[in-house]
Design a binder for this molecule. Structure first.
Ligand code: SAH
Length: 270
């Protein structure tokens, strides 16, 4: 039987190709096949050599073709046909990237897996907006939390432990569940005026950012039409962001009526 190829689980970083690691760039240049998803930017995909096979394995809701099981099978198939396979994942493959599941599955099927870390969006969006996530005197720690909830189920998080004013919370995939997050954190004691920074498409030409507060965030981000991929940074450090602010809810409502003009203000902020 033909020897199986090696699968590299590679972090593609947040989008800006300058934020790839040198190793990721080298592996891309050597790849026979590249499997990628929606979070991998076009600019990074431009670095894939034209001779390499490209396989899109993006998950869209309701698309079973790209369930995690299907992705695992596709990677195994690629390992049967190629020598060097790169599985590119947005940010870091082991931060909410399901890289662990892919590595486990491939390992069980005798495929050698090597993991190359990437710059996770928390680090990238913090840097891009001037927010040191653990700024001395403002935060003694940072927690990376998923805001993803299973179809219509409430978000099952330990709110009492998360509502800590000394810890920066970075919420991945948190836009849809932001109303719950905001209400629960306030109910568990985090001040309503705690700063919240939202960054959409951080480090790409489509980047948008908005600074708001915990109580106002759900309405403000809806009014400003934020969409995934958006990262939320909740905590005192967020106030340091170089980002436009919505101070009053009234202002947010007025702006939602003037949505097109507002969107251009947000989008135009470099
Ligand atoms: N492995 C990735 C995270 C995958 S989960 C990483 O390490 O960054 C997907 C979530 O990541 C998105 O919903 C969003 O919250 C965040 N995200 C990924 N890329 C982003 C970007 N360029 N800007 C803002 N948020 C991003």
């Amino acid at each position: 039987m033909r020897k199986l190829g090696k699968v590299h689980l590679v972090g593609a970083g947040p989008g800006d190709p300058d934020l790839l690691t040198v190793k990721a760039a080298r592996l891309l240049s050597e790849a026979d096949a590249v499997a990628y998803d929606r979070l991998v930017s076009d600019a990074v995909m431009k670095m894939v050599p034209s001779r390499a096979e490209r396989v899109f394995v993006g998950k869209e809701s309701g698309c079973h073709h790209c369930s995690q099981d299907r992705i695992n099978t596709i990677l195994l198939e690629l390992a049967r046909r190629h020598r060097t396979i790169v599985r590119l994942k947005g940010g870091d493959p082991f931060v909410f990237g399901r890289g662990g599941e892919e590595a486990e599955y491939l390992g069980r099927h005798g495929v050698e897996v090597v993991v190359t870390p990437g710059i996770t969006s928390a680090a990238a969006c913090g840097a891009a907006t001037g927010v040191p996530l653990t700024h001395r005197g403002l935060a003694t720690g940072v927690r990376f939390v998923t805001g993803h909830a299973k179809a219509d189920a409430p978000l099952d998080l330990n709110w009492a432990s998360l509502a800590d004013p000394d810890t920066t919370l970075v919420i991945y995939m948190g836009l849809a569940t932001l109303p719950q997050t905001s209400a629960q954190l306030i109910a568990h004691g985090l001040p309503a005026e705690t700063p919240v920074l939202a960054v959409q498409n951080g480090t790409t030409p489509k980047e948008r950012r908005l600074l708001t507060t915990l109580s106002e965030a759900p309405d403000a981000l809806t009014a400003a039409c934020f969409r995934p991929p958006t990262l939320l940074v909740i905590g005192r450090v967020a106030a340091l962001a170089d980002a436009p602010t919505l101070i009053a809810e009234a202002e947010a409502l007025a702006l939602s009526e003037a949505a097109p003009a507002f969107r251009s203000v947000v989008a135009g902020h470099a």
